[in-house]
Design a protein around this ligand. Structure first.
Ligand code: ATP
Ligand code: MG
Length: 357
């Protein structure tokens, strides 16, 4: 049975990079991958047409899809909107929440051909291959109660609630243990169990799951130490699992180790294996429409889609190998170009990957 893919290009460079990724998806289709590709709009584009960042019919289409390929949303045109609840980014948050995409996978992989772009010394990062598994629909970003208040003396305050229940921890834990089992067999759970009760429970649940995964070696680390270790000796990590806020921060730090925001894909999964796949970077309005954007993060997001939602890991491998060959041939978009490489446009990069596929 044909699997439905929904493509939501978004704003800024979103349409240009998504176009190239869809060409790679079509190349897979031509090789026998049984999919149906639909297109719709989200974010600023949807605000302009429908007045809301995620129209009801788009959400319905998203619910029916096995996987969503998303470009990026937002831009200066909508940054001044008075009503924050209608900003482009709310379209993304709504998709995550409505589709229950609690499992966020963010690989930090250093391509050997790009080692010079890293912020760290080559010996510290060469061979770097970390997978961060971040809980995406709970924790302090969503916990209730939250809000603002005022003390009796008139001093204002703001507050949030850091909350996880056992089920939420268990389901993200299982994704992470499975992932570690398929990779190097090492899982580091990051928490702040010396200070925060919610993370004491987090650690308990991770320990409880561990015996079910004898092939995985589980360790724990406090988040402050994890941030330090990521920058000091990142290769000690294989899979990291952590909550929403810590994962937000650590995955950005890990991304910078690879030195190339235009190269990093991501996946957000629910318990049925449906997922949304998107580059880690934003809509880059500063370079939109100029053919400068690097489409590889989005193309690599297609590879994650094939591996984690469409059960086509061999096809995913082929895409990743094609990207490797293109880099071997010294083709570079502006963000990853340096002396001795050949600078190409967004479209030319897409052409090269399709040709190498
Ligand atoms: P967000 O808030 O959505 O995360 P941002 O505004 O923080 O986004 P980006 O939109 O990711 O950041 O852009 C940050 C910088 O990286 C910009 O200078 C942008 O041009 C550059 N950039 C982002 N993505 C790409 C890409 N695919 N190719 C080349 N440069 C990129
Ligand atoms: Mg932005």
């Amino acid at each position: 049975m044909s699997q439905h893919i929904l493509v939501l290009p978004g704003d800024g460079i979103g349409p240009e990079i998504t176009r190239e990724a869809v060409r790679v998806l079509e190349a897979c289709q031509a090789q026998g991958l049984d999919i149906t590709i639909e297109h719709d709009i989200v974010g600023g584009a949807a605000i302009d047409r429908h007045g809301v960042p995620l129209a009801d019919e788009t959400l319905e289409r998203a619910r029916r899809a096995q996987a969503i390929l998303l470009g990026a949303v937002g831009g200066p045109k909508w940054d001044t909107m008075e009503d924050i609840s209608k900003r482009p980014e709310k379209g993304l948050l709504a998709l995550r929440k409505e589709l229950n995409l609690f499992g966020n996978l963010r690989p930090a992989l250093l391509y050997p051909q790009l080692a010079e772009a890293s912020s760290l010394k080559p010996e510290v990062v060469s061979g770097l291959d970390i997978m961060i598994v971040r809980e995406l629909t709970g924790g302090i970003y969503f916990g209730q109660p939250r809000g603002f208040g005022e003390r009796e003396d008139g001093t204002r305050y703001g507050y949030n609630t850091y909350i996880y229940d056992e089920k939420e921890v268990e389901r993200i834990g299982r994704i992470a243990f499975d992932m570690a089992g398929k990779r190097g067999g090492r899982l580091c759970s990051v928490d702040k169990a010396n200070v925060l009760e919610a993370t004491i429970l987090w650690r308990e649940v991770m320990n409880r799951l561990a015996p079910e995964y004898p092939e995985v070696e589980l360790s724990h680390m406090y988040v402050d130490n994890a941030a330090m270790q990521l920058v000091r000796a990142p290769k000690q990590f294989d899979v990291i699992v952590t909550g929403n806020m810590f994962g937000d921060i650590l995955s950005d730090a890990a991304a910078m180790l690879t030195g190339s925001i235009g190269m990093l894909p991501s996946a957000s999964l629910n318990e049925h294996g449906c997922g949304m796949f998107e580059p880690c970077h934003g809509s880059a309005p500063d370079i939109a429409g100029q053919g400068l954007a690097n489409p590889l993060a989005t193309i690599l997001s297609v590879a994650m889609m094939l591996r984690y939602s469409l059960n086509a890991p061999a096809m995913a491998d082929r895409i990743e190998r094609a990207v490797g060959r293109v880099l071997d041939n010294n083709l570079r978009t502006a963000d990853i170009a340096y002396d001795g490489t050949r600078q190409v446009t967004t479209r030319e990069m897409g052409d090269a990957v399709v040709a190498a596929f």
